[in-house]
Design a binder for this molecule. Structure first.
Ligand SMILES: *[C@@H]1O[C@H](CO)[C@@H](O)[C@H](O)[C@H]1NC(C)=O
Ligand SMILES: *[C@@H]1O[C@H](CO)[C@@H](O)[C@H](O)[C@H]1NC(C)=O
Ligand SMILES: *[C@@H]1O[C@H](CO)[C@@H](O)[C@H](O)[C@H]1NC(C)=O
Ligand SMILES: *[C@@H]1O[C@H](CO)[C@@H](O)[C@H](O)[C@H]1NC(C)=O
Ligand SMILES: *[C@@H]1O[C@H](CO)[C@@H](O)[C@H](O)[C@H]1NC(C)=O
Ligand SMILES: *[C@@H]1O[C@H](CO)[C@@H](O)[C@H](O)[C@H]1NC(C)=O
Ligand SMILES: *[C@@H]1O[C@H](CO)[C@@H](O)[C@H](O)[C@H]1NC(C)=O
Ligand SMILES: *[C@@H]1O[C@H](CO)[C@@H](O)[C@H](O)[C@H]1NC(C)=O
Ligand SMILES: *[C@@H]1O[C@H](CO)[C@@H](O)[C@H](O)[C@H]1NC(C)=O
Ligand SMILES: *[C@@H]1O[C@H](CO)[C@@H](O)[C@H](O)[C@H]1NC(C)=O
Length: 676
């Protein structure tokens, strides 16, 4: 009965195109309106009031989400997706009634990202004009409609089940559309690779991911000449990667990951000269890595991880000039890492972990100026860990699990770290990154230096009205917080790790550390403040000069490394905070450094050398508080600077330990007049 009704409307539409004048009357107008009202009637919950305007006070062509062809008052588009406040969803709940399918002029129906459930009325697909249908991210169920005479059909992320009908893409309609985009991902579809797809010669995007498809990927996929995106990931496809796949000259995105594919990676893959992203991860692929792959000029992401590939990593890997991400992790032994890896100039992430790789860490890695993450862990790499310089811009390195790698036991652990990049654009991702053991006190110091640079910049760039004004109390809080963090690092059970190449961009955080630094106001300070202006300066001379200024003497000359080096760094930072003078200040040359400068002026001349802003604060204080209080605050300042001096003794043996530093600073903070 519904079918006949639809048939009648098809006839009406055809009649309209011939007798346009007679057709422009009320009844048709009513048809579209009533059809929309049927849709509204079936909506049980509309939290965003998306359909509030669907009432008699306005013509239906002005209703929210409705677009009409103005001359005929025919609904051509209905778009009810992605509206709303917080989560960008309409979240209308309800069903789609069969009666809704009476919109003979409908071209586009977009009702994605709602809470629509029940079955999808097949009659909608019979609307002869319909060209694009988006119903993704709902709870719709049933089977995939047999006739998809559309150009775009996205029914992914629903509960459709069963077998994709053979007739998919059968052409019946007036306008002979042919599917260009077919997205069936994240449903419960099963059985073999849908054979009906073989007819879809205009198909540009095919999404089958996250279903229960089985069987082989047919050779005929190589005939889908328009294909640009093919996503088969997370199914149970078996067999080999068919070599005719390489006939898809337009293919840009190829996801075959998380299946049960075996056999070799075909060398003909190198024919895919437009390929940008390929993910073969988590299959059973074996054999070698075809060198041809690295000749693809557009390739930016290659993920071959978790397979059984083996052999030599081809030296041609260096030809993949556009490569940004390369993972070969968790395969079979691969021999040495070719030096040409340093030719992949755009590389940002390299994961070669768990491969029994041999040889040494190629020095050419130092050429990769964009490299941020390097995972060489669990291999058989030997030789020395390259000293500073090589990993200049690298923000995360894993080299643990290489028993033959040397560079001193603490240094070995030292590089088994995970550093958070101070990079605003990547901030979101980096904060949640997982961490490897153990930590260095450099973490906290780097945070402070970050803060300092921001602060100094603010002072230099800003005008007086916006200039940052950091009070004594705040400054005390910073040093107390950092001392706590360092104390934790040095005296907890994690073992003491120190680092001689202090680098502001190296902010280390570890799972445990997060707990300690999380409510350590400074950490937030760093992420909010630092992100804004600091990132640019990481590689600038400011930061590098800074590094030189903070380094402990024994570290600078390559002597024995100990936690006393961190204590020294801390002391310098402390002095800097209260003097507001960088250790690299031009005045510090010849024999004079920031420590000697404080020593020389201690205690009587201190009011002359500290940050004048603190002095002003001091003056303010004197207006309303007693002389005793003023005395007290000067006393606190002297005690703090004295700690700085005790931390920066030239000989590591003379320096006090972090436990003592933290304890003393806490006392001072408590005693400070306006402190709490
Ligand atoms: C009817 O729709 C108009 C907008 O077209 C809206 O301003 C009005 O509030 C709606 N009436 C009801 C009762 O929702
Ligand atoms: C769609 O149209 C075809 C042919 O016009 C008809 O056989 C079929 O029953 C219709 N399907 C629905 C669900 O209306
Ligand atoms: C893989 O697909 C299954 C459904 O078949 C789904 O439950 C799972 O979350 C998917 N995994 C990923 C990583 O997408
Ligand atoms: C498709 O690929 C196969 C094997 O890779 C090849 O023999 C065949 O000639 C190709 N066909 C076309 C039309 O390019
Ligand atoms: C490749 O696929 C695997 C498994 O599905 C996934 O974990 C990984 O993140 C993907 N790689 C990239 C670079 O997206
Ligand atoms: C490298 O790949 C493995 C999967 O084989 C993964 O567990 C590890 O986290 C990856 N390393 C990085 C730095 O992402
Ligand atoms: C690495 O090599 C050792 C010794 O040759 C072997 O026992 C081990 O299974 C290899 N591991 C892998 C992942 O191939
Ligand atoms: C590639 O790397 C090798 C070894 O590091 C080097 O000798 C060669 O000049 C590089 N080639 C190009 C084109 O950069
Ligand atoms: C670090 O990366 C920046 C670009 O982000 C680049 O300009 C700079 O040269 C790199 N530094 C080094 C030492 O490679
Ligand atoms: C590591 O490599 C050395 C040669 O460099 C070899 O003798 C040793 O067996 C390898 N160890 C493993 C576990 O593969």
């Amino acid at each position: 009965m519904k079918a006949t009704a639809t048939g009648r409307f098809l006839l009406v539409l055809m009649a309209c195109s011939v007798h346009a004048v007679t057709c422009r009357t009320a009844p048709k107008d009513q048809t579209d309106r009533l059809s929309l009202l049927e849709f509204k009637k079936a909506i049980s919950f509309d939290p965003q009031q998306a359909l509030a305007s669907w009432n008699d006070s306005t013509h239906f062509c002005n209703w929210e989400g409705v677009m009409c062809r103005t001359t005929r008052h025919r609904v051509t588009n209905l778009a009810l997706e992605n509206r709303g406040s917080d989560c960008n969803f309409n979240n209308i709940e309800g069903n789609i009634p069969d009666e809704f399918a009476k919109l003979p002029g409908l071209l586009v129906l977009q009702i994605s990202s709602n809470q629509l459930a029940g079955s999808f009325p097949q009659a909608i697909l019979n609307l002869s004009t319909l060209g694009a249908l988006g119903i993704t991210m709902n709870h719709l169920s049933g089977e995939v409609p047999p006739d998809l005479d559309l150009s775009i059909f996205d029914m992914s992320n629903n509960n459709f089940a069963g077998v994709v009908p053979r007739s998919i893409g059968k052409l019946r309609k007036l306008y002979r559309l042919n599917l260009e985009v077919l997205l069936l991902g994240h449903n419960q579809l099963s059985s073999g690779f849908p054979s009906g797809i073989a007819n879809l010669h205009n198909l540009m995007e095919l999404g089958l991911r996250g279903n229960q498809f089985t069987g082989e990927v047919p050779e005929w996929v190589g005939t889908l000449k328009s294909l640009q995106v093919m996503n088969l990931e997370n199914n149970s496809f078996t067999g080999i990667i068919p070599s005719p796949l390489s006939n898809l000259s337009q293919l840009s995105y190829l996801y075959l990951d998380s299946n049960k594919l075996e056999g070799n990676l075909p060398a003909s893959i190198g024919n895919l000269q437009n390929l940008q992203v390929c993910n073969f991860s988590n299959n059973l692929l074996h054999g070698g890595i075809p060198k041809e792959m690295f000749g693809i000029p557009t390739l930016t992401i290659i993920d071959l991880s978790v397979n059984n590939l083996l052999g030599q990593l081809p030296y041609e890997v260096g030809n993949a000039k556009a490569l940004i991400y390369f993972s070969l992790s968790s395969n079979m032994p691969f021999g040495d890492i070719p030096n040409t890896i340093g030719n992949i100039s755009s590389l940002q992430a390299l994961n070669l972990s768990h491969n029994n790789l041999t040889g040494s860490i190629p020095m050419s890695l130092g050429n990769l100026q964009y490299l941020e993450q390097l995972d060489l862990s669990f291999n058989n790499i030997s030789g020395n860990v390259p000293k500073k310089g090589i990993f200049r811009n690298v923000t995360a390195v894993w080299i643990d699990g290489n028993p033959g790698l040397c560079g001193g036991p603490s240094e070995l652990h030292l590089l088994a770290y995970h550093v958070l990049p101070v990079n605003p654009s990547k901030q979101k991702h980096s904060i949640v990154q997982k961490v490897v053991i153990p930590l260095s006190g450099i973490v906290a110091l780097a945070i402070v230096i970050t803060v300092m640079v921001v602060w100094w910049r603010g002072r230099c760039d800003g005008n007086t009205s916006t200039r940052s004004h950091i009070t004594m109390v705040q400054r005390l809080s910073i040093v107390v917080d950092v001392a706590d963090a360092l104390e934790y690092l040095h005296h907890s059970n994690q073992g003491t790790i120190v680092h001689c190449d202090l680098k502001p961009s190296n902010i280390l955080l570890d799972d445990n550390m997060t707990a300690h630094v999380g409510d350590f106001g400074l950490a937030r300070f760093k992420f909010d403040l630092a992100a804004s202006s600091f990132a640019d300066s990481i590689s600038s001379s400011v930061a590098i000069k800074g590094t030189i200024g903070y380094i402990a003497p024994e570290c600078a000359v390559g002597g024995a490394v100990s936690s006393a080096g961190d204590v020294y760094n801390f002391g310098i930072v402390l002095l800097e905070i209260f003097l507001r003078r960088r250790p690299t200040d031009d005045m510090f040359n010849g024999g004079l450094n920031i420590t000697k400068f404080v020593e020389m002026n201690f205690p009587d001349m201190i009011p002359r050398i500290i940050d004048p802003e603190l002095l002003e604060e001091h003056q303010d204080l004197s207006q309303e508080t007693s002389l005793a209080m003023k005395e007290k605050s000067l006393e606190c300042l002297l005690s703090v600077l004295n700690i700085g001096l005790l931390c920066t003794k030239p000989s590591p043996n003379e320096r006090i330990c972090m436990q003592e530093v933290a304890a003393r600073l806490h006392e001072i903070k408590k005693a400070y007049p306006s402190g709490s």
